[in-house]
Write a protein that binds this ligand. Structure first.
Ligand code: HEM
Length: 529
């Protein structure tokens, strides 16, 4: 895709910036190492197994005939979790993590259901599995889905029928169960009729694992099954009624499982396709994006703010698949006067994804004159229209489009914080832009946790004249500055400095949380505060 696109930019970051610089450390530490578990060590459990099972159970409500159900985060509803088919606490653990540590990092572009799909992808890719095609755009259900997740005591015909309803053939059923059951196992506490207490201090949850490498994606689930050494509790469990994997795996005379046992590559590529099919199973009417591929060059977290007569540009630039972290990278910046500035960027770190298969190098602005290695200071009147990059002598400008930057409206550093959760937000609008409306977006959730975007209009009551930028304030104030030299004001985004608003604080709108408001994301420049 062509940068900028707010939704695709967010999905691209969520999907490809997995470990290292500019990634979400809370998220990374939940799947690295692969035996990490929110409930502590030595439990025999892992977050990655919970995430994959959650994605399957959420999807398994799909009815391919009437188009209802699918991956829509309906698994978060207590009504669904209370069903016998959804026994266990893995769903609740996963959904708490989704709502607290995934969705808030990409507001408002990653739904809960996209996040469930994302976690499954991160789990599989980073724990030995193949790369999975990831799309975004899932929509969260407002009500619980229909029952119908298969259970171990169901017979083979009902499993075949259930998978057919979900949109999978019998061969695909065998594959998908094997692909899922290369992770995790069955817990004694929730399935005492399948697994006995194990009394093992390294497995205090008494989990009987599906294969010997239960936090790693590999074909051992098939090799151990075919060689007869398997300890899979759904194959060799003491209660044959619940040996559903045995019935499913053997249902084609072991042809599919034999092919998986013969070839790790066949197993991996089959699972890549089946997992993508599972994650892309959504209710009719939901339009998924194209597969999200990494951008070769990506401006990221760009923020442009007005500080007096100076534009301050912060952010980073990511170069994809760079093994040499120090190529010669220059940023070319075109302004409104037609001039082109030339800036050398500074290397700041690397990130990786897909279990280290890809690496990326990150660069930031480097204003050596001011000894500031994070910001670029630009003349406000000249502004900035677009960026492009020279990397080791090669021009990267999105095939002539450049990386367009909007500077028609900006976060103004005249904004200030009054008390921890209240303050005034000023938006500077470039003279000549004459917007019909300027608004903030505030992100909240509805009664069933779906993201709601509320628009808050900013009154243009105190538009200054005679300057390059007029300043629009959120509320009526007595004074407004057009040029605002040398004062230290609260930098909302970086939380660095503060100043009390003083006399201007008489009529403040109270904001509930500083982190849940974003200012006017357009053309790739966001003002997240
Ligand atoms: C007939 C179909 C299936 C049956 C009867 C079944 C049954 C089960 C059972 C009883 C457990 C134990 C859960 C617990 O103790 O918390 C389990 C775990 C698991 N299942 Fe399935 N399953 C089926 C299909 C699938 C599919 C298609 C996937 C994914 C593609 C999947 C992924 C998992 C994972 C990853 C675990 C481990 C969870 C953990 O260790 O926390 N299952 N399954």
């Amino acid at each position: 895709y062509v940068w900028p696109s707010p939704q695709l930019d967010a999905l691209e970051s969520a999907r490809w910036d997995q470990e290292g610089f500019n990634t979400n450390p809370t998220l990374t530490s939940a799947f690295q190492p692969c035996d990490s578990f929110f409930g502590g060590g030595n439990t025999g459990r892992s977050n990655v197994a919970d995430w994959i099972r959650t994605a399957y159970h959420d999807m398994a409500t799909h009815n391919s005939t009437d188009g209802t159900g699918g991956l829509d985060a309906s698994i978060r509803f207590g009504v669904e979790q209370a069903r016998p088919e959804n026994v266990g606490d893995g769903f609740n653990n996963t959904m708490e993590f989704v709502t607290q540590s995934v969705v808030p990092n990409y507001l408002p572009y990653l739904s809960m259901s996209d996040s469930i799909a994302l976690l499954a992808v991160l789990a599989i890719e980073n724990c030995g599995g193949p790369e999975i095609a990831f799309r975004g755009g899932r929509i969260d259900a407002g009500v619980p889905g229909a029952p119908g997740v298969p259970q171990p005591q169901d017979d083979l015909n009902s499993h075949i029928a259930s998978f057919a309803r979900q949109g999978f053939t019998q061969t695909e059923m065998i594959g998908l169960v094997a692909c899922g059951h290369t992770f995790g196992g069955v817990q004694h506490s929730f399935f005492p009729d399948i697994v006995n207490a194990l009394n093992d201090p390294t497995n205090i949850g008494s989990i009987a694992h599906f294969d010997t490498t239960f936090v790693t994606f590999d074909n051992n689930v098939a090799t151990e099954y075919i060689s007869g050494t398997t300890q899979n509790p759904l194959v060799v469990g003491f209660n044959d009624t619940t040996n559903s994997d045995k019935r499913i795996f053997g249902s084609d005379g072991n042809t599919t499982m034999q092919s998986f046992a013969n070839s790790p590559a066949t197993f991996a590529s089959t699972c890549a396709d089946l997992f993508a099919h599972m994650l892309d199973t959504v209710p009719t009417g939901v339009q998924l994006t194209d597969v999200i591929s990494p951008l070769p060059v990506k401006p990221s977290s760009l923020a442009l703010s007005l500080n007096g007569n100076i534009l301050q540009l912060t952010g980073q630039v990511r170069l994809w698949n760079v093994t040499d972290p120090s190529p010669n990278i220059t940023m070319l910046l075109e302004d409104h006067t037609g001039s082109t500035g030339n800036f050398t960027l500074k290397f700041v770190g690397t990130s990786s994804s897909t279990g280290g298969k890809y690496s990326a190098a990150w660069y930031t602005f480097n204003d050596t004159d001011r000894l500031d290695f994070n910001n670029l200071y630009l003349d406000a009147a000249a502004g900035v229209k677009s960026l492009s990059f020279m990397i080791d002598g090669k021009l990267e400008d999105q095939n002539g489009l450049g990386f367009p930057i909007q500077d028609g409206f900006l976060f103004s550093k005249t904004s200030c914080l009054v008390a921890p959760l209240s303050g005034r937000i000023d938006v500077a609008v470039r003279n000549g832009v004459n917007p019909t409306r300027v608004f903030l977006q505030e992100f909240t959730t509805d009664s069933v946790q779906r993201i709601v975007v509320t628009e808050v209009d900013i009154s243009p009551s105190l538009r200054s004249s005679g300057c390059e930028f007029g300043v629009l304030a959120m509320e009526h104030h007595n004074e407004r500055y057009c040029y605002h030299y040398g004062r230290t004001v609260w930098d909302w985004r970086r939380n660095r400095r503060s100043e009390v608003c003083g006399t201007q604080s008489s009529s403040l709108r109270y904001i509930t949380s500083v982190s849940d408001i974003v200012l006017l994301y357009q053309n790739g420049v966001s003002f997240i505060i």
